[in-house]
Design a protein around this ligand. Structure first.
Ligand code: ARG
Length: 682
């Protein structure tokens, strides 16, 4: 299975590599042969395609690496640094990552079976749906047999698998291991581990798997002042918020930064226009609630009126030299914009700290000076540029424009320096559209050349595709205007209410409950639709699809959760009763559907660790969907409460109610990490 995936990935990588190379060659020819091509929009398109392909390539390469390492970090090769193995089930806490433990066990087995092999692959993956193949598989025997062949040692995968099996330390988490097929090692987990972990979840709640605490800077949302906050920023906001929640759940020290575009030449024209329209702006608050219209007007003047244009430039100079009147005007404009953004953040429950480009003003002077001193800047037609590598490959950063001004590039060099040196960050995450991938690769390369980043450090660009309408074209209103985010959220609210009324929920819920359900469904479905798709791909925004109550949607999961919660309510068994029962006698899994559901729940730490490292949130969504599917199967086959003909409760199966409670807790935590509010009734 993993092998097949690997092949597919490799094939796709080759294809992507080839495409990227073709485009690069094409570009090279064009640029070298025909200078008139510079500035041609087709060149921009090719460049941006090229960036996207390069990005896909990097993603595919990562996937291959992850596939061969297993999804989380592999066990350490140094025997002295090896983690201690579990010897007693009762010592396990509910937050343990079993995959990690299996990797440690097989690492030991493989290195002691084949001590002469350098870095033998330790691949553990999920076994898939058939319980015959166990819960996990170790697929190392095939590649190891190849490695041996290359050393002229005769072997076959089954024999290798048996050798590994013989060297695997006994572990209380494993019931048995079988060699199957071409040399797979099928690992069957011990049921008592599942029972123990489930009882921990009931007694102590959902705890994060232990990891080394890091200081992590997450740059997300980051709209631009006076310009619209568009659907791209909405994606960045939703994805960034969820990433922060997951990292904070793991106890990392997370700095959530809104890198607002609050500096630059556009402020010259905005201030000039403000002076004309509202000369009293310092004493009276001007009614510029529609800042975008105000921006459009000033842009029109700027383009058409030479005198205005000159004044606008003069305003920039005044602003940059700190003239208090101009600074006051600038602040006012930022404030109006910021209040608009806050409306979106409040509705979507986003917390973020503003630290716009202006914050780096003095820091930009410093970094430019340092880069000059390091002789890293080069003159190019009046500009100062910096290459990502010594041999001047690719495109350079523009650090100082020919008019002496700074750029987006300059601000991001100052930004990374601040995040490394002042903020003492250890991970640097940027959530923007895939189009900016090349920019961040270049910033990383230049930061390394300048000694800001160490060679083993990286910038993590969390890229995402564009939002498309149902017609697969750029997302627009029917009349062709760009969609205002507030209007989009309002429409979500309206549609969510329609859906609830359609299902007759307005007749059973109180007005307060109905409102809560409406908001949970509306914002939950918008977030989930975004997060449940692989973020690299473009995604089609469709209220009809996201409000469907079947399939992998927020509505489905929210309903599933309320249904689970209602089971114990109907049985009139309180959570306290369940917990004290667990403390007395633990939890027993007997039916095959119970065991299956229990084993899915155990994987929560594994999923969280994977997502926290690759920052692909759709795996968490898929996992939640898997839990609710396993739950449906369990609930179809196993009744929790037995009633007589008159509907009187005659028997309560407490172990099953405990399993319901554990399921609900994992689902609630998962949804919370995605930024989705749950409701007890809907
Ligand atoms: N304001 C930018 C935009 O709207 C995003 C900023 C991302 N962060 C950064 N450090 N460059 O595209």
């Amino acid at each position: 299975m993993a092998d097949e995936n690997q092949k597919k990935l490799e094939e796709r990588t080759r294809q992507a590599e080839k495409n990227a190379k073709d485009i690069e060659e094409e570009l090279d020819k064009l640029v070298k042969g025909d200078l008139s091509y510079v500035g041609d929009p087709r060149l921009d398109k090719l460049l941006s395609d090229n960036e996207k392909l390069k990005h896909r390539l990097a993603v595919l390469e990562n996937a291959i690496q992850a596939e061969s390492l297993g999804s989380t970090q592999a066990a350490t090769k140094d025997p002295k640094k090896r983690p201690t193995l579990i010897t007693d089930i009762n010592s396990i806490e509910g937050n343990i990552c079993l995959l990690e433990e299996l990797k440690n066990l097989f690492e030991i087995a493989i290195t002691s079976a084949y001590p002469d092999l350098k870095d033998p692959p330790v691949t553990i993956s999920l076994s898939g749906n058939n319980p015959k193949f166990g819960d996990y598989q170790c697929n190392s025997a095939m590649p190891i047999s190849q490695l041996l062949k290359a050393k002229n040692i005769k072997s076959n995968p089954r024999e290798v698998a048996n050798n590994i099996l013989n060297k695997t330390p006994t572990s209380p988490i494993i019931e048995r291991i079988e060699v199957a097929g071409a040399g797979f090692l099928n690992i069957h987990l011990n049921k008592t581990v599942a029972e123990h972990i489930l009882s921990c979840i009931l007694r102590f709640g959902i705890k994060p798997p232990p990891v080394k605490r890091e200081r992590i800077v997450v740059d997300f949302s980051s709209p631009n002042i006076a310009k619209e906050m568009h659907v791209g920023h909405l994606r960045s906001t939703i994805i960034g918020e969820s990433i922060c929640r997951i990292l904070e759940f793991l106890n990392h020290d997370v700095l959530r930064i809104n890198h607002l575009g609050d500096w630059g030449t556009q402020f010259g024209m905005l201030i000039a226009h403000l002076q004309d329209e509202f000369p009293n702006f310092k004493t009276e608050s001007p009614p510029i609630s529609d800042l975008q219209a105000f921006y459009r007007e000033s842009k029109k003047l700027f383009d058409e009126d030479e005198v205005f244009k000159k004044r606008a430039y003069a305003c920039v100079v005044q602003l940059q030299s700190g003239n208090p009147d101009y600074v006051a005007a600038w602040k006012l404009i930022c404030e109006v914009s910021r209040q608009e953004f806050q409306k979106i953040y409040d509705r979507l429950d986003i917390s973020i700290i503003d630290r716009g480009e202006s914050f780096y003003n003095t820091r930009m002077h410093v970094v430019v000076k340092e880069l000059k001193e390091l002789n890293l800047l080069e003159e190019d037609e009046g500009r100062l540029i910096m290459w990502g590598s010594e041999n001047r490959e690719g495109i350079p950063l523009t650090i100082v424009k020919s008019d002496g001004g700074y750029t987006y590039d300059t601000s991001d060099m100052a930004t990374i320096k601040n995040r490394v040196q002042e903020e003492k960050g250890e991970r640097f995450i940027y959530v923007t559209d895939v189009g900016q991938y090349g920019h961040f690769v270049l910033i990383e390369a230049c930061a390394k050349r300048a000694g800001i980043l160490r060679n083993d450090q990286k910038l993590e660009h969390v890229g995402f595709g564009v939002v498309l309408g149902e017609d697969k074209k750029k997302f627009k209103t029917r009349s062709g205007d760009t969609i205002k985010l507030i209007d989009l959220l309002d429409e979500g609210l309206k549609r969510a209410l329609d859906k609830l009324v359609e299902k007759g929920r307005d007749k059973v819920l109180t007005p307060e409950e109905l409102k809560q359900a409406q908001e949970a469904v509306a914002y939950g479905c918008i977030k989930y639709a975004d997060l449940s798709h692989n973020r690299i791909n473009d995604y089609i925004f469709s209220f009809d699809k996201m409000l469907d109550d079947k399939g992998n949607t927020a509505v489905y999961l929210l309903y599933a959760l309320t249904r689970i919660r209602s089971i114990a309510r109907t049985a009139q068994v309180s959570v306290e009763t369940l917990v004290s029962q667990v403390e007395k006698s633990g939890i027993k899994l007997t039916h095959e559907a119970e065991i299956k559901l229990g084993k899915v729940i155990l994987r929560f730490p594994e999923v969280i660790l994977k997502v926290s490292s690759d920052l692909y949130l759709h795996s968490l969504c898929e996992y939640l969907y898997e839990i609710s599917s396993a739950f449906t199967e369990f609930y179809d086959k196993c009744y929790c409460v037995e009633k007589d003909k008159d509907g009187k409760i005659v028997k309560i199966l407490y172990d099953r109610l405990m399993l319901c409670e554990a399921t609900a807790r994992v689902m609630e935590k998962g949804l919370d990490l995605l930024g989705i509010k749950t409701v007890s009734k809907m």
